[in-house]
Design a protein around this ligand. Structure first.
Ligand code: NAP
Length: 259
């Protein structure tokens, strides 16, 4: 399917690995020029080279911490007026909520809520002027179905979701859409480190921890970053202009609700 976005410019935050990388790859496959981002220079440059070689797209690597003002400035220096913005960032580690101090809570809310809002503020007016914009926020299935130990992540992302729900309606007439993608369990480095921690805590092997988790997924497998990226690219497509303010779970059927 031609997504109608060849030549569009995209910033994909936190995209040297995992879900962000999947989104950057899919947008490059659709013909977009893509800015990829991460803090580890070697890893990021390898990703940019791989995506460029696989797709022929122009891929620019911006080594930066997306949570900082300097990092955000570097992203927008590389791509001053993106047509597409994919918001992503690392998530806070597992922690019992009783152990969180005030600074850790503030950092969590900044990382998984405020950073995305700041980037939307920077991107949105030029998008509205050009009457094309696609913003996708990678949040988490935990916005709909909480996970003990990830309360800070869930709370910050739920805050982002509610904040942007109103913003999405205010920009829709300019053909600017804002949607959320809610991953369940995807086979990324983050999931692998979570599995290692679970195995250690419970005194079982990593393989056993993975098998237990997979058993809870109706699809009986973990998701792949590439398929997540394809859903992102569709939300960024010309055809998806009437989809806005939505939050799409991609979780292999884990969330049990009908709506
Ligand atoms: N995987 C899942 O099943 C799942 C489920 C629910 C929610 N999520 C959420 O989805 C997001 C992506 O998860 P993932 O599994 O793809 O994680 P991942 O495999 O750990 O990859 C994270 C990516 O973000 C980059 N990054 C992290 N912090 C950054 C920062 N401050 N500035 C710039 N880049 C940064 C990392 O590169 P550097 O380390 O080099 O900076 C890396 O490219 C996370 O917020 C995660 O909590 C994931």
């Amino acid at each position: 399917m031609d997504l109608g976005i060849a030549g569009r410019k995209a910033i994909v935050c936190a995209s040297s690995r995992g879900l962000g990388r999947g989104c950057a790859l899919a947008l490059a496959q659709a013909g977009c020029e893509v800015v990829v981002n991460g803090r580890d220079k070697a890893r990021l440059e390898a990703t940019a080279a791989e995506i460029g070689a696989a797709t022929g797209a122009k891929v620019t690597a911006v080594v930066a911490d997306v949570a900082t003002a300097d990092g955000q400035a570097a992203l927008f220096a590389a791509c001053p007026e993106p047509d597409i913005l994919v918001n992503n960032n690392g998530g806070p580690p597992f922690r019992d909520f009783r152990e969180l101090n005030r600074q850790q809570m503030i950092d969590g809310v900044v990382g998984n809520m405020i950073v995305a809002i700041e980037l939307v503020q920077k991107a949105i007016d030029p998008m509205m002027r050009r009457r094309f914009g696609r913003i996708v926020n990678i949040t988490s299935g935990s916005v709909k179905m909480p996970l003990a130990g990830l309360d800070l992540s869930s709370g910050a992302r739920a805050g982002l979701t509610a904040f942007l729900a109103g913003v999405a309606r205010s920009v829709a007439a300019a053909n600017v859409t804002i949607n959320g993608l809610l991953p369940g369990t995807f086979d990324t480095d983050r999931l692998r480190s979570n599995m290692e921690m679970t195995a250690k805590r419970r005194g079982i092997s990593v393989e056993a921890a993975r098998a237990e988790r997979i058993a809870t997924v109706p699809a009986k497998r973990f998701g792949e970053a590439e398929e997540f990226g394809q859903a992102c690219a569709f939300l960024c497509s010309a055809q998806a202009g009437y989809i806005t303010g939505q939050n799409l779970l991609i979780d292999g059927g884990v969330f049990p609700g009908t709506l």
